[in-house]
Write a protein that binds this ligand. Structure first.
Ligand code: AMP
Length: 225
């Protein structure tokens, strides 16, 4: 099963993607995590991507597409992938369709985690992440027990440079301008499922599992007819 989870920064996409991938028994592949790891390890890819990440801009499509297509061909992705953060525009979406077809695979569905813009801004400006495992906290809604320290692994919490000030606004702007066009693209392919992301973590998880499985049942039925 190959699925895409689309959601703005701060929509809860990272948390939900990890849980959903586990529930479905597929690999969670997050483009932002792959880039951040490359930057930290100072690989060739990391050096190319760093300035874009720091500014909150998108990394050029050719670099991003090559990175994702190579990642999903690894053996641990053979049973399926849940893509998180990719594709982010139509060029990437078309390249993904083509790449999957060349691998003899298809996209099952794209789920849109819908959260209003004001809620996103509020969530993002309070977001802190732990250095060791990227566990997510929020000063307003989910503070750590000890300020500045991760409850789960004791590592230091930090604010991502692109969650601060202008970079947050910029990233949301890019999302609403470009990524949203993807929804039409997948709607036309009859692969779009929408879930209300402004609910409890539990409820969103349930709706996501139901949404994906419901889409799978519909596709199976259509193929029979
Ligand atoms: P994220 O963690 O998904 O917010 O991604 C962090 C940063 O990685 C983004 O602001 C971009 O600079 C870069 N990035 C992640 N995914 C993509 C993508 N699909 N296309 C271009 N740049 C990306």
């Amino acid at each position: 099963m190959n699925i895409i989870l689309v959601g703005a920064q701060g929509s809860g996409k990272g948390t939900q993607a990890a849980r959903l991938a586990q529930a479905l028994g597929i690999r969670h592949v997050a483009s932002g995590d792959l880039f951040r790891k490359a930057v930290e390890e100072q690989t060739e890819l990391g050096l190319q991507a760093k300035t874009y990440l720091d500014r909150g801009d998108l990394v050029p499509d050719d670099i991003t597409i090559a990175m994702i297509l190579s990642r999903i061909q690894q053996p641990d992705c053979a049973a399926g992938v849940l893509l998180d953060g990719f594709p982010r525009n139509l060029i990437q979406a078309e390249a993904l369709d083509k790449g999957l077809a060349e691998m003899g695979r298809v996209l099952d569905c794209t789920v849109y985690l819908n959260v209003p813009r004001e809620v996103l801004l509020h969530r993002l400006s309070g977001r802190y992440i732990c250095r060791a495992h990227q566990h997510v906290y929020n000063i307003a809604t989910k503070p750590p027990k000890v300020p500045g320290i991760c409850d789960l692994d004791g590592s230091e919490l930090y604010q991502r440079p692109d969650d601060k000030g202008e970079a947050v606004q910029r990233r949301l702007e890019i999302f609403f301008r470009e990524t949203i066009l993807l929804l039409d693209y997948y709607k036309r392919q009859e692969k779009l499922v929408e879930v209300n992301g402004n609910q409890s973590i539990e409820q969103v998880h349930k709706d996501l599992v139901e949404g994906v499985l419901g889409q799978k049942r519909r596709t199976a039925r259509d193929q029979k007819e």
